[in-house]
Design a protein around this ligand. Structure first.
Ligand SMILES: N[C@@H](CCC(=O)N[C@@H](CS)C(=O)NCC(=O)O)C(=O)O
Length: 214
């Protein structure tokens, strides 16, 4: 098998790297991680720019092929290492897969105030001290409302079997949970259960260097 390598960030705070790291672990594939110092602008070196095209992390390298954009990486992994030989990252049913993509794209494109005010540094380094702004609270309310609508009443994963949308939704919800915000009980239960997955705990429990703002 061609080797797999994931470029990540040295502080282990990127939600997109998180998603690809968890995806690779869930696939059960051997891979290594190479970290870049975004604070040192390592992502702007000509070599990395050429490999990633976008000068952002994550980038997956599979043999000679390099691919950035976390959602594209999920799709590539599911096609290069398909079920049933390998666990799936996206649901197998057409509509469930469409719904999972909807959530993944929404998590990446909406809730800007929440992402800013409860940045991932507040999850892994210093908790937030300022209350949410009105826009931040509106985003938090929208997140818990959407999560409440898609989380199954009986508990368990969103689409019957685990998918990468479970991990990404739980990550987003932990911006609130780790910063001590009230979250409706079923949403909290979903996010906390998901957080215990070994793949997620491995990412969360990484040793991190002292944070340097950038
Ligand atoms: N849409 C991209 C977002 C990737 C992204 O924004 N990565 C950030 C780290 S969280 C980055 O590389 N920032 C460095 C830069 O923009 O110079 C994805 O889903 O992978």
């Amino acid at each position: 098998m061609e080797t797999l390598m994931l470029y990540g960030d040295r502080f282990w705070i990127s939600p997109y790297v998180f998603s690809c790291f968890v995806g690779l672990r869930e696939k059960g594939l051997p891979f290594r991680v190479e970290t870049l110092g975004l604070d040192r602008k390592d992502q702007r070196t000509p070599e990395y720019r050429q490999r990633s095209l976008t000068a952002r992390v994550p980038t997956l390298v599979h043999g000679e092929f390099a691919l950035s954009e976390s959602s594209a990486i999920h799709e590539y992994l599911d096609e290069a290492f398909p079920p049933p030989e390998h666990p799936a990252l996206l649901p197998r049913g057409l509509r469930e897969r469409a719904r999972a993509r909807q959530l993944l794209h929404w998590i990446r494109s909406d809730l800007p105030a929440l992402r800013e005010e409860r940045a991932t540094t507040t999850m892994f380094y210093q908790r937030a001290s300022a209350p949410l702004s009105r826009a931040g609270q509106a985003d938090a309310d929208k997140l818990t409302e959407v999560a409440g609508a898609v989380i199954p009443a009986r508990g368990g994963p969103l689409f019957g079997a685990w998918s990468i949308a479970d991990a990404d939704l739980a990550f987003m919800l932990h911006r609130l949970l780790l910063n001590g915000h009230e979250v409706p009980a079923p949403v909290r239960a979903f996010a906390e259960a998901e957080w215990q997955r070994p793949s997620i705990q491995e990412y969360v429990g990484r040793e991190r260097p002292p944070y340097v703002a950038y």
